[in-house]
Design a protein around this ligand. Sequence first.
Ligand code: PGA
Length: 255
Amino acid sequence: MRKNIVAGNWKMNLNFEEGVSLFSEIVNMVKDEVIGDQEVVVCAPFIHLSTLGKLAATAANVHIGAQNVHQAEAGAYTGEVSAAQVKSVGVNYVILGHSERRAYFGETDALLADKTNAVLKQGLRPIFCIGETKEERESNNFFAVIKTQLEGGVFHLSATEFAEVVLAYEPVWAIGTGLTASPEQAQEVHAFIRETVAAKYGAEIADQTTILYGGSANPSNASTLFAQPDIDGGLIGGASLKSRDFLEIVKVFNK
Ligand code: PGA
């Protein structure tokens, strides 16, 4: 069966000390309270990753992720960080295509395809985000938007490469707004994503693909969202900044 993953996205929050302290709490709580094989991922700012990588190395089932990388392997790109660099401190996952990167940093599908290649080349797993804006939802255009994002960002991959990709459906109107997609709305899109993947790569790969939901997920709505057949976990922003809230979401998958 496909893997259940709960990933926290800290965004540009927490100074170094706060980040280390939150991560240590998460590691301890996971050790004490998590029963099951769900995977926990914490996507922290770059400056935290080296220290968190050392803490994660001794923690079963807790991995670290970056929130972005540059598409080139190395070179004269002042201010940027490469996939090889984050790998060297113990990163396993990289969020790509988050709507904030698409909207505020002009990241296009074509650029994201290059970034996906860079991440896979290092043996890391992309958490590739897709999702429609409020206008696209209201104009009923969201299936086409999501299909285009998949085609532009990840469908150039071979089947073996695609098998390493984690997808995250994050309706832009639900991110940080407190407006969660209803379990039915989310399931409808997740099922569509899985069908679209099946049409491209076949039913077996589609069935193995982990598809996360993101957008105002919290301890009160996580269990109904994760109970949907095509929702395999979450990408959690605000609620991942509080260890107790994050753990309650992770524990939805306790067996
Ligand atoms: P949110 O963010 O949980 O705060 O809505 C989710 C995300 O942006 O990944």
